[in-house]
Design a protein. Structure first.
Length: 148
């Protein structure tokens, strides 16, 4: 359910992993092993993990915008620091590098090539990104995490 949120968080520069299989015990174990904060929409899991000393934030809201807001509020309330780096590939979490337009001109639609100058490519899966309207929308959501 939080898969699209995980993709957005990566685009914002958070190293988000999506845990879709396995049980709660496996999730807790992985969060410790990888030094991660647990984001969950499961109130019981959030409460129980918090009581056991795990860093957990309850995610609420009906849209990703509201969910991002709830993460910011939860982090503040729990004294949890959110570490944000450069934007990551939203598909796989790989590092993005700036590529020149002429390197990617064959891979983007001509209209996109005419309108945009900056392109980013994922070093892991090769996904291409540019600063289009989708990117701007993402960044407006990301700012909610910064303006606290
Ligand atoms: Zn990727």
């Amino acid at each position: 359910m939080l898969g699209s949120l995980a993709r957005k968080l990566r685009a914002f520069g958070f190293d988000a992993a999506y845990y879709s299989s396995g049980d709660d015990a496996g999730l807790l174990e992985r969060s410790v092993r990888e030094g991660r904060i647990i984001l969950t929409a499961d109130r019981t899991l959030a409460t129980r993990s918090g009581m056991k000393g795990f860093r957990a934030i309850l995610v609420t809201g009906n849209s990703d915008r509201e969910r991002v807001r709830s993460i910011a509020v939860g982090a503040e309330a729990g004294g949890i620091e959110l570490v944000r780096g450069d934007p990551l590939c939203s598909l796989c979490g790989g590092d993005l590098r700036l590529v020149r337009k002429d390197e990617v001109s064959a891979e983007v639609p001509p209209a996109v090539g005419r309108r945009h100058r900056l392109f980013f490519k994922c070093g892991s899966c090769g996904q291409l990104y540019w600063h289009g309207s989708h990117w701007k929308k993402l960044m407006s959501v990301a700012r909610r995490l910064d303006d606290r």
